[in-house]
Ligand binder design. Structure first.
Ligand SMILES: [Zn+2]
Length: 73
C-alpha cells in the first residue's frame, strides 16, 4: 500500500523523492494541533476536519522545518 498524505495533498511516497512522511503524534494535544494546522477537510465530508488515523502520515511539505514538531504550513 502506498504511503499517502492528507486529502488534497498530491505527495506520494517514492524512493526518488526527498519527501519524508511523519507519523501522526500519539499525544492527543499535539495530534489535535497538527489536525488544526493542516486545515484539511474530510474527502467525503467537506464540512468536517480531516482526522488522521494512526497509520496515516503527513508529508514534509507541510512543515516549515524538518524538525517535525514545528509548525505546519
Ligand atoms: Zn502532504
Amino acid at each position: 500500500m502506498p504511503t499517502t498524505c492528507a486529502p488534497g495533498c498530491t505527495q506520494r511516497h517514492s524512493k526518488s523523492s526527498d519527501v519524508r512522511f511523519f507519523r501522526i503524534p500519539k499525544d492527543e494535544e499535539r495530534r489535535k494541533k497538527w489536525i488544526i494546522l493542516m486545515k484539511r477537510m474530510q474527502a467525503d465530508n467537506p464540512n468536517r476536519l480531516w482526522e488522521p488515523s494512526y497509520h496515516d502520515r503527513i508529508c514534509s511539505l507541510h512543515f516549515i522545518s524538518s524538525k517535525y514538531n514545528l509548525i505546519l504550513h
